[in-house]
Design a protein around this ligand. Structure first.
Ligand code: GDP
Ligand code: MG
Length: 136
């Protein structure tokens, strides 16, 4: 029973040289990389990716941030991959919610700059993977 999820190493993670760290944690967990690349994000893709947040006060900042530099997009595969990666990432607020031992808990301090994205449900994963990896 395998599942896929979309993982992004956001611009802060790429700039800080944490791509290898994130990939290493994914692989050590036993998840597989099904597709991966480094890319700049089109504004339209960012808008669609974060559409659920379009009415939030931080939406504009979020779009500016995610389009500010290259991201590494990864299609990750394995049993319960969606939940497995969310657990590896830790909570959205890297200080209040993410615990030490998680990616955000170990390496981030600010909610906006929380290093990684992971799909929050199998339905979100399907939608996001179509957007980021249409040929997968
Ligand atoms: P995630 O699923 O854990 O990434 O969190 P959400 O889907 O709720 O939010 C998407 C992204 O928006 C987060 O990963 C943060 O980068 C950013 N974000 C969420 N909440 C806030 C906030 O209150 N302020 C700011 N500046 N950014 C936020
Ligand atoms: Mg989310």
């Amino acid at each position: 029973m395998s599942e896929r999820t979309l993982v992004l190493v956001k611009p802060d993670g790429v700039k800080r040289g944490l791509v290898g760290e994130v990939i290493s944690r994914i692989e050590r967990k036993g998840l597989r990389l099904a597709a991966m690349d480094l890319r700049m994000v089109e504004r339209s893709v960012a808008e669609e990716h974060y559409a659920e947040h379009k009415d939030k006060p931080f939406y504009g900042d979020l779009l500016d941030f995610i389009t500010s530099g290259p991201v590494v997009a990864i299609a990750v595969e394995g049993p319960r991959a969606v939940t497995a990666f969310r657990q590896l990432a830790g909570g959205t607020d890297p200080v209040e919610k993410a615990t030490p031992g998680t990616i955000r808990g170990d390496f981030a301090l600010e909610t906006q700059y929380n290093l990684v994205h992971g799909s929050d449900s199998p339905e979100s994963a399907e939608r996001e993977l179509k957007l980021w990896f249409p040929d997968l």
